[in-house]
Design a binder for this molecule. Structure first.
Ligand code: AHG
Ligand code: MN
Ligand code: MN
Length: 329
């Protein structure tokens, strides 16, 4: 059997992997481990629904708008319900911030963890069989458990995350996560119903040749962003843009590249949400040796002021993010 760099064989189940990691920390209570399992379980259920979306009456618009004023797809709503249910039943979470809910969702006040999530990322791709994802961030609450959850528990900097990850519903389904000790990837084996270790220690190449940005918005970007895009074109880099952040990020992390969602004349704060899109991927990127910035500041150092705050995002291979930044200054 193929031994991974972690001393566990490739093909180890996610459950065993989590248990092994927990055993390495004698004071671990197992709550965080259980929470990661709950998220993985919700991912399996969503995976099943995503796979059947053309057959069941779950594709298309829901007829409502979410807190961002964006059209909700039925699967956005279903994925949100699935996650809230899994985290409610699991009992390890005191509060959830979700893209689909304006307010904080309060769960078990005795619990120590807060989850911020984008239940389904890349909604515009749901109906057309293109990769979509789920993003999650986990924080330890600051206020004592048992009492009501406070805003200081929710509005924490990304650097305070205790774990973060994503599930990619792609040509295969994968769960990728970190607890701050490297990034690990598990591929879902549907006939077994298990996630199996497939990418033991994921590293983002220091440099790359892929740039990912919605070039249709080119004229709405700041001059330095246009200049950097011109630079990429001049280098004959490949332009690759799926329009699902998780999928674009995942490809660039494996192959080397930069993903950019700058602010535009129409969206002066950018489009992506700090708490449940940028922070999780920023932690993964850094743990894999990459970088994430809003153009001026490290994403993980931004002090959030609001639940659904947006941020520009430049993320991926370190040298490419460095280069982009040199255009800002
Ligand atoms: P969501 O589906 O959760 O609202 O996120 C969509 C995001 C992200 O996944 C993607 O990279 C970006 O929106 C695409 O936006 P544009 O269509 O403006 O390029
Ligand atoms: Mn999203
Ligand atoms: Mn979403």
């Amino acid at each position: 059997m193929n031994k991974s760099n972690l001393g566990l064989p490739i093909g180890t189940t996610l459950d065993r992997f989590i248990k092994r990691n927990q055993d390495e920390f004698p004071y671990a209570t197992g709550e965080l481990s259980q929470l990661v399992r709950d998220i993985a379980l919700a991912g399996k259920i969503i995976n099943r629904e995503v796979n059947q979306s053309g057959l069941l009456d779950i594709s298309g618009g829901f007829g409502e708008k979410n807190v961002q004023g964006e059209d909700q797809q039925k699967l956005d709503v279903i994925a949100n319900i699935r996650f809230i249910r899994a985290l409610t039943n699991g009992g390890e979470v005191c509060a959830i911030v979700s893209e689909e809910d304006e307010e904080v969702i309060n769960l078990n006040p005795q619990s120590r963890y807060v989850v911020c999530m984008d239940p389904l990322d890349g909604s515009s791709n749901i109906d057309v069989n293109v990769s979509i994802g789920t993003i999650f961030s986990i924080y330890r609450r600051k206020s004592p458990s048992g009492g009501p959850v406070q805003m200081e528990d929710i509005l924490q900097k990304g650097s305070e995350q205790v774990a973060a990850g994503y599930i990619l519903y792609g040509s295969s389904t994968m769960m990728v996560y970190t607890t701050g000790h490297g990034v690990h990837g598990f591929t879902y084996e549907p006939s077994l119903g298990e996630y199996l270790l497939s990418h033991d220690i994921m590293k983002c190449p220091v440099d790359g040749k892929i740039y990912s940005v919605n070039e249709g918005s080119y004229n709405l970007f700041d001059q330095h962003v246009m200049d950097y895009i011109e630079y990429c074109r001049g280098q004959h880099y490949s332009a690759r843009y799926i329009g699902s952040l998780v999928a674009d990020f995942h490809r660039n992390m494996l192959k080397g590249g930069i993903y950019m969602y700058p602010k535009t004349a129409k969206a002066p704060e950018g489009k992506l949400r700090l708490l449940y899109e940028c922070n999780a991927l920023a932690l993964i990127a850094e743990q894999a040796g990459g970088r994430a910035t809003d153009g001026h500041q490290r994403i993980l150092d931004i002090e959030p002021k609001a639940l659904h705050q947006r941020s520009p995002l430049y993320i991926g291979s370190k040298s490419m993010v460095d280069k982009m930044e040199s255009f800002v200054k």
